[in-house]
Design a protein around this ligand. Sequence first.
Ligand code: ASP
Length: 303
Amino acid sequence: MYAIAIHGGAGAVPRATLAPERERSYRAGLESALDGGFAVLERGGTSLDAVATAVRLLEDHPAFNAGHGAALTRDGAAELDAAIMDGRQMRAGAVASVRHVKNPIELARRVMEKSRHVLLVGAGAEEFALEEQFVLVPNQYFRTAERLEQLESEQRGERVSDLVPPSVQGTVGAVACDASGNLAAATSTGGMTNKRPGRVGDSPIIGAGTYAKNGVCAVSATGHGEYFIRAVAAHHVCAAVEYRKLTLEQAVHELLHVILRKLGGDGGLIAIDHAGRIVMEFSTEGMFRGARESTGRREIAIY
Ligand code: ASP
């Protein structure tokens, strides 16, 4: 049994306003990432390779808030966060506030594999990227007309405050269980539209937006990151499964609908356990998501 689940962010576009053409683009992006990641598992690859592949494909797709098409800071720049975790030895790598790395998830993986550290930020992360011969791109590469429009509309209107979350998110992530039962999780994001430069969300914080532990579960979250950090969301789910013997469904439900609700935060997450069982759940209107299992199940959904 092997399986993978992906998300393209919680929040989604209000159902009534999602044009068919946009919906097709989101679905096509999700499908290609899901199938790309699944193909790795099918070939006997590791869950780590599968989640890295799926997230890289989503980073390259302009519809999602990660890599090309990332949400913009209030200064109009893209600042990207990403993390990856290998459930085998609970090794992890993450980067935050990078502005020139085309695929932040690959740099996060390199941090895990080639540095003595877990999290590198900003200029230090990009120095490491240069040493590792990553090709850097101008910040402009990430900026799409749509994200600029979103930023401008937020700045013109109701959501100029640092404290108010945007309605459209779109972080990307993947979790997988390979044929050997190894778990892995990966998450990548441009963060929140109109964020303050230097703001870091939950995605690159191990235990908040991303977590994986063999024998327990792997989690990738999306939503209003400040709340996920305060709830140590991804780790909470794994700990509830491991120590309180909750089912994965129960643990995810408690996190989203009890703990985060009490704090006033919303979002969603995808999780997978060592048996390849997948949970995809959200407290927002929708969450771009997909799942595929060696049993033949293949699902793409938004609402
Ligand atoms: N969780 C991300 C952040 O706060 C945003 C999102 O999921 O859309 O940076």
